[in-house]
Design a protein around this ligand. Structure first.
Ligand code: FES
Ligand code: CO
Length: 360
């Protein structure tokens, strides 16, 4: 699936940038190949409009914010959050033709991030109830570009076969490659929920973060997929510690995703520092990124195209649900031309990611 060629994917909310990044001025972001300028209005609310002035096409993100409006750097026209031109410094009669406008998009703040929907949203922003729960603290973790499709990232999160290989340095057990089957898999209207119990290894950093001395433990997992590219992974440990990770993969273009990740913990900074928690999750995400950036961004929704095993059930459900979504909206899955791409050789893989695993 080529995400930029499926208009229905414009009808979802994506986290695109931390709110704090807008405090210093307007920022540019590309969502599904659509260039946006983001800024804060006079009420401190985020706004998103097309990053192209309707006068001579300059990038509005090179401008400044004036009285809550974005001011074009070229001739100073000002636009509000709906994209309506509200000031033209050269026109002294105060009449602004109604055609002076740029396209505006739905935009709101949630969980400390700016969320944007390019077209009428089919669902709400994913509900992460623990953010408002005083028993949990929220830790902002990562905001970075990955050269991979959001769907690869989503199904990876529900794939209990990969940790024993990809995460063998952090929590996988390569001598035990067969994970237990899922305990449950529930389809949601726009997503899925899966539960399982995964035996894992405790590296030294993990022992410190879990306040556990044993070499082995289990992760009691509840994963929720929010179509198309959001997931919440709730990990409960036998000692009562809960570690929840939210990851959003906002599609920049067909090949690239903006990864946004924060976590929630029911412990305190005095017990385990945020720095230590981020360090462990950093190791895990680097391990995932290393392999995911080697995968094909054109993820086939037709399950006959790639091969599967029993641990791939959530990914198969995701593909089926996305295929059904396209069909329900009258779309056909767009695929890249089937001309084979040259396979990069070892040592020539810089364009698609690191050539050696992150622990080397
Ligand atoms: Fe924006 Fe002229 S190009 S005001
Ligand atoms: Co992983």
């Amino acid at each position: 699936m080529l995400v930029t060629q499926q208009p229905v994917l414009r009808r979802f909310w994506y986290p695109v940038i931390p709110m704090s990044a807008l405090e210093t001025g307007p920022q540019a972001f590309t969502l599904l190949k659509t260039p946006l300028v983001l800024w804060l209005n006079e009420l401190g609310q985020p706004c998103a409009v097309l990053d192209r002035c309707c006068h001579r096409s300059a990038q509005l993100s090179k401008g400044v914010v004036c009285n809550g409006h974005i001011r074009c750097p070229y001739h100073g026209w000002e636009f509000d959050g709906s994209g309506t031109c509200v000031k033209v410094p050269q026109l002294t009669d105060n009449f602004i033709p109604p055609t002076y406008k740029v396209e505006g998009f739905r935009c709101q703040e949630r969980y400390g991030y700016v969320w944007v929907a390019l077209a009428d949203p089919l669902t709400d922003i994913p509900e992460i109830s623990e953010v408002a729960d005083p028993r949990f603290r929220q830790i902002h973790q990562f905001y970075e570009v990955w050269k991979c499709a959001g769907l690869r990232l989503m199904e990876n999160s529900f794939d209990n076969a990969h940790p024993h290989f990809v995460h063998q340095q952090s929590f996988g057990v390569i001598s035990e490659p067969v994970p237990p089957d899922l305990d449950s898999l529930e389809e949601l209207e726009y997503g899925l929920r899966a539960t399982s119990v995964l035996p894992v290894f405790n590296s030294d950093l993990q022992k410190q973060n879990l306040r556990m001395s044993e070499d082995r433990t289990v992760r009691i997992l509840e994963g929720t997929w929010f179509m198309p590219f959001g997931r919440k992974l709730k990990i409960t440990y036998p000692n009562g510690l809960i570690h929840i990770i939210f990851t959003g993969a906002a599609p920049i273009d067909d090949q690239t995703s903006q990864v946004v990740q924060f976590c929630l913990r029911n412990d305190s900074e005095a017990e385990v520092s945020a720095e230590s928690i981020i360090a462990f999750d950093r190791q895990v995400t680097l391990e995932d990124q290393w392999v995911l950036e080697s995968t094909d961004y054109d993820v086939p929704l037709d399950i006959k195209v790639e091969q599967h095993m029993f641990t791939d059930k959530p990914g198969i459900v995701m593909r089926r649900k996305l295929a059904a979504l396209l069909k329900a909206h009258g779309e056909v899955e767009a695929r890249r031309s089937r001309d084979p791409e040259p396979t990069p050789m070892v040592g020539q893989t810089q364009k698609r990611g690191r050539s050696s695993p992150p622990w080397v």
